[in-house]
Ligand binder design. Sequence first.
Ligand SMILES: [Zn+2]
Length: 567
Amino acid sequence: MRISKLFGKTQREIPAEADTVSHQLLLKAGMISQVAAGVYSYLPLAWRVLRKIENIIRDEMDKAGGQELMMPVLQPLELWQETGRDLAFGKGLFTLSDRRQRKLCLGPTHEEVITQLVSRNVQSYRDLPLLLYQIQTKFRDEPRPRAGLLRVREFTMKDLYSFDSDEDGLNQSYNKMLQAYHNIYSRCGLPTRLVEADSGAIGGKDSHEFMVIAEGGEDEIIYCPSCQYAANADKAESIKSKIDSEAPLPIEEVDTPGMTTIEQVSHFLKVPQSHTLKAVFYLADGELVFVVIRGDLEVNEVKLKNILHCFDLRLATETEVIDAGIVAGSASPIGISGIKIIADDSITSGANFIAGANKPDTHFRNVNYPRDFKADIMADIARARAGEGCPECGGKLSSTHGIEVGHVFKLGTFISEKLGALFIDAKGVSQPIVMGCYGIGLGRLLAAAVEQSHDDKGIIWPLPIAPYHIYLCPLYLENPQVAATAENLYAELEDKGLEVLFDDRKESPGVKFNDADLLGIPIRVTISPRTLEKDSVEVKWRSEKESELVPLEGIAARLKGLIRDSL
Ligand SMILES: [Zn+2]
């Protein structure tokens, strides 16, 4: 491809809201262009990357026994109402009405459609297992589209669904997919880490995510350096620090003038935050809930949502708290009625806590559970943190950040039961089909590759997904010998089936090198009057600092060998 003809120009100015590296570099490189919030066009260079990722994914899905098919984006909302997942997805689901006022939605995922399809085609256990997949456009109405291709509203996804006759079969399908996913990321040149994940709105039991470790990643990962334990912070568990228990003392009121936060109260009364009880108020599907947690811990809203089985969860406003008759800043679980109290199990460790008194400028000292109040639900709803104990081995947990590039779920039978996807087992008994689902967002993977592999000059594409392999970069094209050598080499490389981006512009060396670095093509081949004096070209890997002079004679064959060995 000649750069002079390439659609899409490198950009000097990029919008200020582009705050992640991949967003900035992809815009700067002229590879993507925003159409609306979270909606992007892929220009030719990015589209080539996406197609390479797609080919690797398809190849691995086929090798694992997957069968590719294609389902519609447009889906009847009724199908979603049958599983109840219209409510689970909530506002994330794009819905619309047709001219006859029938409700439809744009598929954010395809469990319902494929389960219906499978139920029409599977009768007996002999028809199972099945691994069915598609690579197709999905829609999710993200509340905050951001970070370029990392959080979008329209995206291409590979989604595979497994159908088995029992749990053993599901485990086998699940393991097959874990292996296929490892192969995909490895072939894309993208190291990932497998972590335990929350099942979210999809529902189901076991779930794992593949994470690309990146400083700018929006997911926090809690992991144990001493064992294999690793989990998304949404899901992670920990052994919470224990507080020495002491004999319960009589409860008493204490004046705390103007003190409303845990920090203020603990500082004022000279007790550690771990000796206080924090009250946090949420609205769960419109109902106010009172959450009590030890003062040194934070609420994990994903765990809380799962415990409450609610669709919508948000912090209550101060007005909503006051309207419920609670004194904000001094809220107390003691003597309260008519509000559901959810307590983190941390409050059972320790004694004689400071807690609110539900009276302005007043707190209670020596609050003890369960002597002084009862919780409707007691569970682990705290956010696990680095420094706490590993739930597997007791070691000290660490934390890092990552970008999720793949998510797999053991769904079990809840969708097949709701949609009546049954089969007759070997004993002649009707059973629901056991399901799993497995997704990879292609644009996300592309962006994650940029997040993981770049420098201050631009992108450094891993060779297997690079838009082109070679950046052919002749300098001083007005020199007839340079021009002729470049044209000949370009023709020869193309002839050998190599993917070449030919910088045929009459630009300065500085401009050409800057663009080469920005676009991140793995191998730069420079031809100049100086290299030609030595009958050579300069070969430089984008990922390396040093370049190398290589004889012009036989260069095409040598480059072909180099690329073949590195793929
Ligand atoms: Zn451990």
